[in-house]
Design a protein around this ligand. Structure first.
Ligand code: CS2
Ligand code: MG
Length: 402
């Protein structure tokens, strides 16, 4: 069996997506997601110039060998661009293998560990009252877990506050828009939101919060401690993790569960955090961390330390990643939760898929492969539109972590 051709499809049905389609001499094709929010064209060039020419003629059934070829063979290991390109190939090859086997992907991974996948939605509002309403809306929709983000008085566009009710889309400007940040205000305000949420809805729902890399380890420890009475499911990205050791200080001061990993690319980014049991949930995702082949290694390492998965699932992860993640989640023994930000109807139409949502859970389908396709004719109607993520500055102009 041979890979006969491969192409990269860029489309913008409301937001940009980069998709790799691999064709074979048996007529079976596979697709993989290669989207990198705000830096899409870098991965397009990596695939077109440096990956596709190398894989033509290879046997698509040799998934592991092709993964190692692209990882070790690049010499320049790791990094968000490389690992997304590898992930796109890897996911397309798993799709092909599962289609050849006439099985849904989760069967090839080891079969079902659960019937459905618990997801969390992203509720936001410009202040506490609005966020409390938004959480109520998710509860009405049947969600069992909700991440609550609020605007903070005095901060221009704090992280996570969207324009729509069910959609949050940060990459929305032709050049990066400038948002604000003030840690002191956030530390005063965020715990009050959780107090109000528990007062209003009780303790029968999981609540989560994203710090989006904004706090120092000491500030994160303080926030975690203040949030303890509200029993969060997790506090996400409470401090940047380039220095994995930073989480030790947070861990020493709070029992609020910690989650991190949406910007990690490989097992090496998570190794110390996992081995030292500094986190409770690992958030690496299929597209960001080298596909199914590599994410499985990360999940297995985490399982040794009773750390569970909680994959990133924002709108910039295409339905191809969501579909694949759901097969992964259906199999992975140490599953925790799956993030689920809804895609728009335009996006869903370009990527027909067989997963569905009901009562706070997502269900992967039984179609052979990962169950997601791309309608190329429709995709062609939505040309690429440059869109950057915002940046964040403190009041005095100092650049901060967005
Ligand atoms: C976020 C994302 O979903 C999340 O947890 O942190 O909104 C993140 O900002 C985007 O995926 C960036 O592209
Ligand atoms: Mg996040």
């Amino acid at each position: 069996m041979k890979i006969t051709s491969a192409k990269v499809i860029v489309t913008c049905p409301g937001r940009n997506f980069v998709t790799l389609k691999i064709m074979t001499d048996q007529g079976v094709y596979g697709i993989g997601d290669a989207t990198m929010n705000g830096r899409e064209k870098a991965v397009v060039a990596y695939l077109e110039e440096h990956v596709i020419p190398c894989i033509l003629g290879m046997d698509p059934r040799r998934i592991e060998d092709i993964w190692q070829y692209l990882y070790k063979g690049a010499y320049w290991r790791r990094g968000p661009v490389t690992m997304r390109a590898i992930a796109a190939v890897d996911v397309a090859l798993w799709d092909i293998k599962a289609k050849m086997a006439n099985m849904p992907l989760y069967q090839l991974l080891g079969g079902r560990s659960r019937d459905s996948v618990m997801v969390y939605g992203h509720a936001n509002g410009s202040d506490i009252a609005e966020t409390v309403d938004a959480v109520g809306h998710y509860i009405e929709l049947g969600y069992k877990a909700i991440r609550a983000q609020t605007g903070v008085p005095g901060i221009k566009d704090a992280y996570g506050v969207g324009r729509g009710k069910l959609y949050y889309e940060p990459a929305d400007a032709a050049l990066p828009s400038v948002t604000g940040w003030d840690t002191r205000q956030a530390l005063n305000y965020v715990p009050r939101m959780f107090e109000k949420l528990r007062e209003t809805y009780g303790f029968g729902y999981h609540l989560l919060h994203d710090g989006h890399h904004r706090y120092t380890p000491q500030e994160a420890a303080n926030l975690g401690k203040m949030l303890e009475p509200y029993q969060l499911f997790w506090l996400e990205d409470c401090t940047p993790a380039e220095n994995q050791e930073a989480f030790r200080l947070v861990r020493q001061h709070t029992v609020t569960p910690l989650a991190v990993g949406e910007i990690f690319n490989t097992i090496w980014d998570a190794k110390d955090l996992i081995q030292n049991q500094l986190i409770d949930y690992i958030r690496c995702t299929i597209v960001g961390a080298g596909g199914v082949t590599h994410l499985r290694r990360i999940a297995d390492l985490a399982a040794l330390y009773q750390i569970r998965t909680g994959s990133h699932g924002a709108t910039d992860l295409s339905p191809v990643t969501m579909g694949t993640a759901l097969h992964f989640d259906t199999w992975v023994p140490n599953f925790g939760i799956q993030e689920y930000m809804r895609h728009t109807e335009e996006t869903d139409a370009v990527f027909p898929h067989d997963y569905h949502f009901a009562k706070g859970e997502l269900f992967c389908g039984e179609t052979p492969g990962h169950g997601v396709d791309i309608d190329e004719q429709l995709a062609a109607k939505y040309p690429y539109k440059p869109a950057f993520l915002p940046v964040a500055r403190l009041e005095d102009g100092t650049m901060w972590n967005w």
